[in-house]
Design a protein around this ligand. Structure first.
Ligand code: GTP
Ligand code: MG
Length: 226
């Protein structure tokens, strides 16, 4: 092994990463079995910071609260702000603060899930830490992985952040009310995403105006009754 370029060090790092990921896979499988046993359907929301995850959850709660019992796990590096927004809607919520870590993992979700005990719900939303890189590598035990890109971010994002799209089932293009003000190309975003993952269900919506929300809500109703 070469002493000068650090390749031995890198080999060790890769081994550690593999170990972390395989430990996470085991815990995610346990979460999935646990969620099934409790009759839950679980979604993992992944996007860049500010793409509109919490705003979409607020609009979703407003629309579905009287129909489907909901709960939320919020992931952020710091603060209880997102949990406070969900709590204000009267829905059970647990905030996970990762202290700087750039993603949730299956162990954090397992702990947070136990803090929700005593509440009865059918759909559990997990809002991941805002970024399109690290969350892609960590299965949380969800049924549906939802990747989101907002109009101001640009339609090239699927090509630049492919990992986030490969294991997702749903691609939401958010903030469509801003389309007149940005050169976001809807067809390009869809084409790039489908080239990576032809099975993606794509919905373009605005949580502000309600455009496209019916399709998203129909998907959630189908999931809840599956
Ligand atoms: N115009 C417009 N603005 C939106 C929409 N959805 C969210 N926003 C705005 O985008 C900003 C970020 O929204 P959040 O819902 O907090 O985004 P987030 O993805 O939860 O952010 P992090 O949790 O920090 O990653 C806020 O100022 C929202 O009001 C939308 O559909 N249209
Ligand atoms: Mg948020």
């Amino acid at each position: 092994m070469c002493d000068h370029c650090g390749c031995e060090q890198r080999t060790k790092e890769v081994e550690i990463q593999k170990h972390i990921l395989s430990a996470n896979e085991e815990l995610a499988a346990k979460n999935r079995a646990h969620f099934r046993e409790k009759g839950l359907r679980v979604l993992n929301l992944i996007s860049s910071p500010g793409a509109g995850k919490t705003t979409l959850l607020e609009a979703t709660i407003d629309a579905l609260r009287d129909e489907i019992p909901l709960a939320v796990i919020e992931g952020d590096p710091e603060t209880e702000r997102d949990a406070a927004r969900i709590r204000a809607k009267g829905v059970p919520v647990v905030q996970v603060t990762t202290g700087g870590a750039c993603h949730l993992d299956a162990r954090m979700v397992h702990r947070a899930f136990h803090q929700l005990e005593g509440n009865s719900f059918r759909l559990l939303f997990i809002e991941n830490v805002g970024n399109l890189l690290c969350p892609a590598a960590f299965d949380l035990g969800e049924d549906l992985r939802v990747v989101m890109v907002s109009v101001p971010e640009g339609s090239d994002k699927p090509a630049k952040y492919p990992a986030a799209f490969l294991k997702a089932q749903v691609f939401l293009i958010t903030k469509t009310d801003l389309l007149p003000y940005f050169d976001f190309d809807l067809e390009e975003a869809k084409r790039l995403a489908l080239a990576l993952n032809p099975n993606l269900r794509i919905i373009a919506l605005s949580a502000k105006t309600g455009e496209g929300m019916d399709e998203w809500l129909a998907l959630l109703r189908d999931l809840a009754s599956s």
